[in-house]
Design a protein around this ligand. Structure first.
Ligand code: HEM
Length: 485
């Protein structure tokens, strides 16, 4: 087993900072021409970045850069081209005369209301060229404010927050609530891959409260994934690593350290959620399928859309007692191959089909491990019905500041989005896309398997809309220092 240099990895890879529920994603760009100032800022910042081996229980700071940001730091063409094409191209490449609608937007299903043409940032129009993002985490709102002010102060002269069209800084505040629920009302952040050799996989206690549960042997078998899927420079599930792909670099003498090592790619998507529309759909579907829209009927439909109850219990294993902690040691093939318990098109079954997509269950499980992501997203905006909501009005926007970490954006995040969530024929379904997804096709339906016949319910439109996004690189700490030299 390979030993990851955890001390050089940013802590976000190992932790979602559950003890620091207040967070801010500060998007910024470098000040044009001020490369020396940029390097000085990064050098000092590298000393404040929270490492995977650090505790991060008072506050945490992590840093991510876009390809545009790396260019500003005068990274050589040879080094830059060693990064993946999708990172270099960005999440929303601009249309060209040859490609009116870029391939990448098609792959992601960023069309219609979610087209980059309409994004608030990172799209084809507004605040396009983001150079980087600071991820700031604190224990309460006051501490978060001071941390934001201090870090924006520290970048003065070198970088500045990107601005929204209305002139306000582009900062998205993410929040983990005590019940860990996202805006549609489901407990989130339950199922994550487990990195082989990580402290949690080795059974070590960590400072994260949710990390201290003892893992069952089934959980290990199902969830353990090779480090190279999430940290560059190590073997992945295909038993290759970036050093195999690029064994020799032309500029190996002048650039002694591979700046990709101990880094990973970070996908950020601002996904707006229309909660009233989702709730209305749940109620109508309950009425239609169960002939009543009382709470138990609605809860049942809601859980069938996601694949877990709002409290987090998966619909398989079928015999899971409701008062037990939400489980994650389940598979579908032998327990629920035909989707009678957890619908085949449910969000979690599409996002991680576990042992169901492949020639047999074992191979399918092995293959699914090549397409995992670590999710670090948090809800943003006021909750429906919260006290503050009254002051911001009915039209207040809310959603998921979605963050995925992976070593291969095309093979992991994009593959999940394109081939599983957006796929109308996923798992032999004949129509419909992810019930929580932003993408839909004409004639979109939600299918709920049942006896004697399946239910098909029209989904009027997606309840999620992409409002912005970008691909980032989350460098190792040494790489930040190398970039600052
Ligand atoms: C607003 C949009 C979204 C919402 C509200 C949402 C909500 C949820 C919820 C409630 C769960 C179950 C709890 C858990 O296991 O943590 C979940 C699981 C998951 N979601 Fe999402 N999600 C959203 C978007 C996405 C997107 C865009 C992707 C990937 C492209 C994704 C990938 C996953 C994965 C991989 C899992 C874990 C599945 C498993 O391992 O069983 N989600 N999501």
């Amino acid at each position: 087993m390979e030993n990851v240099e955890w001390d050089d990895v940013q802590r976000l890879v190992l932790s979602g900072y559950p003890k620091l529920p207040f967070s801010a994603y500060v998007f910024w760009h470098f000040v044009p021409g001020e490369v020396d100032a940029a390097r000085k800022w990064l050098r000092l910042l590298s000393g404040r970045l929270t490492r995977a081996t650090g505790r991060g229980d008072q506050q945490a700071i992590n840093l991510a850069l876009t390809a545009h940001g790396l260019e500003h730091l005068r990274v050589s063409d040879g080094v830059l081209s060693s990064f993946s094409l999708e990172f270099l191209e960005g999440m929303a490449p601009k249309p060209t005369p040859e490609a009116q609608f870029p391939r990448r937007s098609n792959v992601l299903g960023d069309v219609g209301d979610s087209s980059p043409e309409l994004w608030e940032w990172g799209g084809w129009k507004e605040s396009r060229d983001i150079d980087g993002m600071l991820l700031l985490y604190a224990a309460d709102q006051t501490k978060l404010r001071s941390l934001i002010d201090a870090e924006i102060g520290a970048m003065a002269g070198a970088a500045a927050p990107a601005l929204r069209q209305n002139g306000e800084p582009l900062i998205i505040e993410g929040r983990v609530y005590d019940d860990r629920k996202e805006h549609f009302g489901f407990t989130d952040g339950i199922s994550q891959p487990l990195i082989e050799g990580s402290p949690k996989a080795n059974g070590k206690r960590t400072s994260d409260a949710d990390n201290n549960k003892k893992l069952t042997s089934d959980e290990k078998r199902i969830l353990l994934v090779k480090p190279g899927e999430f940290v560059l420079g190590y073997r992945n599930e295909r038993r290759t690593s970036i050093s195999d792909v690029y064994p020799e670099r032309a500029d190996a003498d002048t650039e002694p350290k591979d700046i990709r090592r101990n880094g990973t790619y970070l996908v950020f998507r601002q996904l707006e959620q229309d909660v009233p529309a989702f709730n209305e759909f749940v109620a109508k579907t309950a009425e239609r399928i169960y002939g009543r829209a009382d709470e138990p009927a609605q809860e049942k439909i809601a859980s069938q859309l996601v694949g877990r109850t709002r409290q987090g219990h998966p619909l398989v294993p079928i015999d899971c007692p409701p008062d037990a902690a939400p489980r994650n040691d389940f598979l579908y093939y032998f327990e629920d191959r035909f989707g009678m318990a957890c619908p085949i098109g449910a969000h979690i079954r599409r996002a991680n089909p576990r042992d169901t997509v492949g020639p047999d269950a074992d191979t399918a499980l092995r293959l699914s491990k090549m397409h995992r992501i670590i999710r670090r997203g948090r809800p943003y905006g006021e909750r429906v019905g919260s006290e503050k909501e009254g002051t911001t009005g009915e039209l207040a926007t809310r959603g998921m500041a979605f963050i995925a970490l992976n070593a291969d954006i095309a093979g992991q995040f994009e593959m999940i989005q394109h081939s599983w969530l957006n796929n109308t024929h996923f798992g032999s379904l004949y129509a419909g896309t992810d019930p929580l997804g932003h993408f839909s096709c004409a004639g979109d339906v939600v299918t709920i398997q049942d006896r004697p016949t399946n239910h098909h319910v029209d989904r009027p439109r997606p309840f999620v809309r992409v409002r912005g996004g970008a691909y980032f690189f989350l460098p190792g700490i040494e790489a930040v220092r190398a970039l600052a030299r």
